[in-house]
Ligand binder design. Structure first.
Ligand SMILES: NC(=O)c1ccc[n+]([C@@H]2O[C@H](COP(=O)([O-])OP(=O)(O)OC[C@H]3O[C@@H](n4cnc5c(N)ncnc54)[C@H](O)[C@@H]3O)[C@@H](O)[C@H]2O)c1
Length: 344
């Protein structure tokens, strides 16, 4: 039995509670939020569970093995480090921390304490995202040329994070996972349309060491919700629409080839518009997969798939994008020899 405490019962925490509640071998020992109304709300669904307004009650409870943290970004470092130092295994929501310094310090604490720390990069547990990873890694779509992603909707405006840290965090975790490399150059522009000093629109351009280009647009200010990513390879192309229930991933056998011509100097292009195929995607909730994986890691003392180092990698990328945006579209270039592995 893994005994779990949850901190943060706002918008997202209840989804984690719902999934943990239905996993065999998990006991939800103590749920915490500093706001009474959030506790009352959760109590209406789970009246038999125990609640507290003080997270210290979780850290000092010797019967609790693991802590799940779904609080605002600025609190992640303090709560996660205190939980680890209290001997708990920790799941912390994305992004891992609000800067690289804090993420590096968490990595040191994980090393020192030998505890497990997993970051909630939910999309890396999404069956559609995993299917695309397979299509890329197997070479089926050929050499990836570029990836473009749109993640826009109206709100939710956050007080603790801007649109890059809130939404582009997902795109970076997905694309870094697919390509298995960190960006070489990042350039971002954006604007604070509604709240002064809080960017709510950003257009981010990325160049990876392998040469793959990426364009990510994120916005809290848009008339509708779009979650769409296109991956173009030398052999095939993919459209991933996370809003489409039945056809999330479409693989297009499309491309353009250069044919040699008899006439010297004349290029002939041949356009291929072949079959479109929708691979079967398991119909499981990514959060369920994510929570099961966390519990499994706690039980088996395994390193999580999205461990502190993956969390750090995404925080480093977010910080670079945010830095470029702050300086109005300055390119942030980086030397990444150790990480430049290529995506195959
Ligand atoms: N993985 C995803 O797809 C996803 C989606 C949404 C949010 N999130 C992440 O979840 C986290 C929480 O987001 P949210 O939208 O639920 O925020 P929220 O503001 O709605 O809820 C946060 C809750 O934490 C509580 N809290 C803050 N500090 C606390 C403390 N010290 N002790 C006890 N309670 C405390 C607040 O009272 C609030 O109820 C963020 O990191 C966010 O990025 C992840």
């Amino acid at each position: 039995m893994v005994r779990v405490g949850v901190i943060g019962l706002g918008y997202w925490g209840p989804n984690l509670v719902r999934n943990l509640h239905s996993i065999q071998g998990v006991e939800l020992s103590l749920l915490c939020d500093k706001k009474k109304d959030r506790i009352e709300y959760l109590k209406s669904f789970y009246p038999a569970l125990n609640y507290t307004e003080n997270c210290e009650d979780i850290f000092t409870n010797r019967d609790i093995d693991a802590v799940v943290i779904a609080t605002p970004l600025a609190t992640h470092f303090r709560l996660a480090s205190e939980a680890l130092r209290s001997g708990k295994d920790v799941f912390v929501e994305k992004p891992l921390t609000q800067n690289v310094e804090e993420a590096e310090e968490l990595a040191r604490i994980v090393e020192d304490t030998g505890r497990i720390l997993m970051v909630g990069h939910t999309f890396e547990y999404n069956p559609a995202v995993r299917k695309i990873k397979q299509l890329i890694s197997s070479g089926e779509i050929g050499e990836v040329k570029y990836i473009t992603s749109t993640r826009i909707n109206l709100g939710l405006y956050r007080r603790d994070a801007d649109v890059i840290w809130d939404l582009a965090c997902h795109d970076f975790s997905i694309i870094l996972y697919w390509l298995n490399e960190e960006p070489l150059h990042i350039n971002a522009i954006g604007r604070d349309s509604i709240l002064r000093g809080t960017p709510d629109i950003a257009f981010i351009q990325v160049i990876f060491p392998s040469g793959v280009l990426s364009n990510i647009q994120v916005s809290w200010l848009a008339p509708g919700k779009i979650r769409s990513t296109i991956i173009v390879g030398s052999e095939k192309m993919i459209i991933y629409n996370d809003m489409n229930v039945y056809e999330k991933v479409k693989v297009f056998d499309s491309g353009v080839e250069v044919k040699s011509s008899r006439d010297y100097g004349e290029l002939q292009l041949s356009y291929r518009n072949g079959d479109v195929h929708c691979p079967k995607i398991d119909n499981v909730e990514p959060l369920r997969v994510e929570m099961e994986h966390f519990i499994d890691c706690v039980k088996e003392r395994k390193k999580p798939f999205t461990d502190v180092h993956r969390g750090l990698m995404v925080v480093r990328t977010l910080e670079r994008a945010a830095h470029s945006l702050r300086f109005n579209g300055n390119l942030t270039s980086w030397n990444v020899p150790a990480l430049a592995k290529g995506h195959r």
